[in-house]
Design a protein around this ligand. Structure first.
Ligand code: 59J
Length: 593
């Protein structure tokens, strides 16, 4: 019974096991078939997803160059080290080594990681030298990676700082032309798929999803050499005169292109730490000044256009002051007696300008100023550009009408000044300002070419023997220009001892190539005028620029006279020539000469 019972149950049990095993096997086969044949893609994807990543491909920002292709802003490759906190936190024992390699305090590192413990990405240090980044990643700490980025470098430092501006750590423009042309300069990052192993190292580049497109290059109208000259002369003059700030703008007269633009104080764009906004402003376009006497030229333009005046019209300015109906008295530096209209410019008579303006309507006077670009933006597109202030003519009383005619009661940027004068040198055509070479900027005829020519001739007397800007003269070249020395408005009145010294000029006057404006704020000491402070800066910068650009001299007699004087001085200084050892035979027989 026992055996019987047991053989029966054994068979039964065997059967049961076979059935279970059979079913189990069938399920396995079915499962395998399902995995292998029916839906392999899904599982492949699931597997890959654990290790396959889409990563961005960094791309460089366009290079900014000067008008001759000299690089002014360059993108250079750097590495940024980042971590996956989830992964890294499982290897907390490696923190000290990591902190040391990164050069950051350990507690700072630990805090940064723990604060983002639930994230998959945190930067550890950005913009590292690729060698250092390689060392950090080479430690083989799980969850620590490095990625390529680009960083801006400005080879000319503070010389170009205000024009170029700068980018932020993500390489996007923040100020200056970097901001104005950000879309143009910024590249499109690419994307690729990579496979990482369990430790996160890249095993294989699988697929290029999108190629990176580098940003566009930008060629500026700036000439690096003129820019440097202007920078050097401005900085020297600021120190020499103890001045607080200053700007220089140089324009190419025929095209209106900006050749140089510098300001002081400046800053180092490659390391901005500690440089405040006072040093970072491009004052030549963002800051305004009461132009003072350099306005007189535009007042005279309206006078000539009215038909009531010629350059020879006599203007009595005695006794050197003139009370106005409102109670204000216009004053001249001294009593110039009766001047021609040219003489009003040569000597810079406020009384003369007032008498001339009184013969014009407010509207005509205003219209002339705004035609020359005052009161509205220059078209440069520079971020933060100021339009200046020019009040509507129906709001002018007799005092304002007078003071505006010689430059007070309105405000302009140094760029606006340079641009207005450039139009005088460009046969009366005013260009929109541009920082881009070959931009072919729009231009408008703002005054009759004949009037522009008359004003050029009149302005040449300013740098002549009788003028206020003799120190602007450049040997061998005719120079047209105008000085201004203005007391600064402060607290509702005009400060006794705070001045802006201005000079705006054009050279060569017979066929102008350059227009240059110089504005110096708060020169100290006895020499504080436009003629004493700003005219010499014009002289130095233009003397160099004319030579650099091979501009032919238009005052040949003066040029030759100077050359002859130099030669004579050299001969006089040289030691007497040694007596010839033997008579020198003539090279060509006399009979053949
Ligand atoms: C000046 C002014 C102030 C504002 C006067 C400069 C006025 C005026 C009220 C006294 C220094 C000074 C609205 S002067 O630029 O006439 O270029 O080398 O600041 O006249 O009415 O102690 N320029 N400057 N005027 N104000 N208000 C002369 C002149 C000018 C010079 C010198 C000496 C002023 C030769 C100025 C120059 O042409």
């Amino acid at each position: 019974m026992k055996v019987q019972r047991s053989s029966y149950s054994l068979r039964k049990r065997l059967l049961a096991i076979s059935v279970v095993l059979g079913v189990f096997g069938a399920v396995l086969v079915a499962r395998a078939a399902h995995l292998q044949l029916i839906s392999p893609d899904f599982y492949q994807q699931q597997g890959d997803a654990r290790f396959l990543r889409e990563v961005p491909i960094a791309t460089s920002r366009g290079t900014i160059t000067d008008r001759n292709g000299e690089p002014l802003a360059i993108s250079s490759p750097v590495e940024s080290v980042w971590a996956n906190p989830k992964e890294l936190l499982q290897h907390a024992n490696r923190m000290p080594a990591l902190a040391k390699a990164l050069g950051i305090p350990q507690d700072v590192l630990v805090q940064r990681i723990s604060q983002r413990a639930d994230k998959e990405f945190v930067y550890l240090r950005r913009h590292l030298n690729p060698d250092i980044a390689q060392e950090v990643v080479g430690l083989g700490i799980p969850g620590v990676y490095s990625q390529r980025e680009f960083r801006r470098f400005y080879p000319h430092g503070e010389v170009m700082a205000h024009v170029l501006g700068f980018t932020n750590i993500d390489d996007r423009g923040q100020e200056g032309l970097e901001l104005a042309f950000d879309d143009w300069l910024t590249g499109k990052p690419g994307a690729q798929q990579i496979i990482r192993d369990r430790r996160g190292r890249t095993v294989e580049n699988v697929d290029l999803i999108r190629a990176a497109e580098p940003g566009h290059d930008l060629m500026l109208s700036i000439d690096r050499r003129i820019q440097y000259l202007a920078y050097r002369e401005l900085k020297t003059a600021l120190i020499e005169h103890g001045a607080s700030s200053g700007s220089i703008v140089v324009l190419d007269v025929p095209t209106g292109e900006i050749l140089a633009m510098v300001n002081q104080p400046s800053y180092n764009p490659n390391s901005r730490d500690g440089s405040g906004p006072e040093t970072q402003r491009n004052r030549a376009v963002t800051d305004v000044v009461e132009p003072g006497s350099v306005m007189k030229t535009l007042t005279l333009a309206a006078a000539l256009e009215s038909g009531k005046f010629t350059p020879e019209t006599l203007i009595p300015t005695a006794p050197g002051y003139m009370p106005l109906p409102g109670g204000y008295t216009v004053k001249d530096f001294r009593n110039y007696g009766t001047l021609t209209m040219t003489g009003v410019l040569t000597k810079s008579s406020n009384v003369g300008a007032t008498k001339i303006a009184n013969e014009l309507t407010n509207e005509h006077q205003y219209d002339m100023y705004q035609r020359f670009g005052l009161g509205h933006a220059s078209g440069s597109g520079f971020p933060g550009e100021s339009a200046g202030v020019l009040r509507a003519p129906n709001l002018w009383g007799p005092t304002e009408k007078a003071t505006i005619s010689y430059g007070y009661g309105l405000s302009v940027t140094p760029l606006q000044l340079a641009r207005a004068y450039a139009a005088l040198g460009n046969h009366g055509r005013l260009h929109e300002a541009t920082f881009v070479k070959g931009a072919d900027s729009a231009s408008v005829q703002v005054i009759d070419p004949a009037i522009a020519a008359q004003l050029m001739t009149m302005m040449e007397t300013v740098t002549g023997a009788e003028g206020t800007a003799r120190r602007a003269a450049v040997m061998g070249y005719r120079v047209a220009g105008k000085t201004g020395t203005s007391r600064k408005a402060s607290g509702g009145g005009y400060a006794a001892k705070r001045y802006a010294a201005v000079f705006v000029g054009l050279v060569p006057a017979s066929n102008p190539k350059f227009a240059m404006a110089v504005v110096i704020h708060d020169p100290q000491g006895l020499e504080y005028g436009g003629g004493a402070v700003s005219a010499p800066i014009f002289h130095h910068v233009m003397d160099g620029a004319l030579r650099l650009m091979d501009v032919p001299p238009d005052n040949i007699e003066q040029w030759f006279a100077a050359q002859a004087k130099k030669t004579a001085a050299a001969v006089a200084a040289a030691p007497p020539p040694a007596a010839p050892v033997a008579p020198v035979a003539p090279a060509v027989p006399e009979s053949m000469q």
